[in-house]
Design a protein around this ligand. Structure first.
Ligand code: CP
Length: 306
């Protein structure tokens, strides 16, 4: 079995069969990373460049660990310490790295479409590790994989995405992924942080957090991305937290269990209180653990598409 594509540019370009193949491959790698010897030789002689033009903790470490577990050779590039500061272009930067015989590029970039641009100009496999407000495909894959682990089949499962949808690449990738898998998807947040086009993606839109939690099997809670907001979308973080934050009292009054997810980094006390983030409802750290297995699966399957 092979993926239908040689790059992972976005969930939009994957088939349902691709998603299932990635999950089944990740099942095997999850077993590997829980062994005393966590390494397999699958990517020996493959060189991967991790090119991060924007900050990251989870995604960068998770890709690096996934590559090491697969025995790949790795080069790490950080924009802040590079010749970009001297005016070098993205394409020149990547072509220079590739001329050193790199096979795969994992790239995070603040510009939506940057990985698509690279894929048109270079030969290596490109993996999008987050492009601006557009897509974050491996985050959506690890989110869906974590839901699958907890709830099994996706058909008619109710998954709500809360928060700043407008500025979130995680939201768009999750919507594409969950809809392809057959789940019901709703977004919930202030009207100013929900794009007008969302119903066209087959997604319900709501603004009442309590009612949406009552509807949900899973709540994927996103952070307010103040760094991408050039105008004020709501009066204050305090007011946001009061009307759109999720706290323990809200969950305790539901009379049912809702799984709490968050892609990180969490703004504790804004979108989630600590007693929710750290509660028995939360699978936030399982998401991080599953990220390594999912990224191993993506790297392994794309390497076979060279
Ligand atoms: N979830 C996520 O992308 O986190 P980082 O920005 O830390 O990689």
């Amino acid at each position: 079995m092979q993926l239908s594509t040689k790059h992972l540019l976005g969930i939009k370009y994957l088939t349902k069969g691709d998603l299932q193949l990635i999950f089944e491959t990740a099942d095997g790698f999850k077993e590997v990373i829980n062994r005393p010897i966590k390494k397999v030789p699958s990517l020996r002689d493959i060189t991967v460049a991790n090119m991060f033009f924007e900050n990251s903790t989870r995604t960068r470490i998770s890709f690096e660990l996934a590559e090491k577990r697969l025995s790949a050779d790795i080069v790490n590039f950080s924009a802040s310490a590079s010749s970009l500061k001297k005016g070098e272009s993205l394409l020149d930067t990547v072509n220079n790295v590739l001329s050193m015989k790199v096979d795969m590029v994992v790239m995070r970039h603040p510009a939506p479409g940057a990985p698509q641009f690279l894929a048109r100009h270079i030969d290596a496999n490109i993996i999008n590790a987050g492009d601006g407000t557009h897509e974050h495909p491996t985050q959506a894959l690890l989110d869906a994989y974590s839901i699958r682990e907890q709830l099994g089949d996706f058909t008619d499962k109710k998954i709500a995405i809360f928060g700043d949808i407008t500025h979130s690449r995680v939201a768009l990738s999750n919507i594409f992924c969950l809809k392809k898998l057959g789940a019901k998807v709703r977004v919930c947040g202030p009207p100013t942080l929900i794009p007008k086009y969302l119903p066209q993606l087959g997604v319900e839109v709501a603004h009442d957090v309590r009612e949406t939690l009552e509807w949900s099997d899973v709540a994927n809670v996103l952070r307010i991305q103040l760094e991408r907001q050039d105008i004020k979308y709501f009066p204050s973080l305090r007011e946001y937290s009061q009307y759109f934050g999720i706290n323990k009292a809200l969950l305790d009054n539901l009379g049912k269990k809702v799984l709490i997810m968050h892609p990180g980094p969490i703004n504790r006390g804004v979108e989630l209180t600590s007693d929710v983030a750290d509660s028995e409802h939360s699978i936030i750290l399982q998401q991080v653990e599953n990220g390594v297995a999912i990224r191993m699966a993506v790297l392994y399957l794309l390497a076979a598409r060279k």
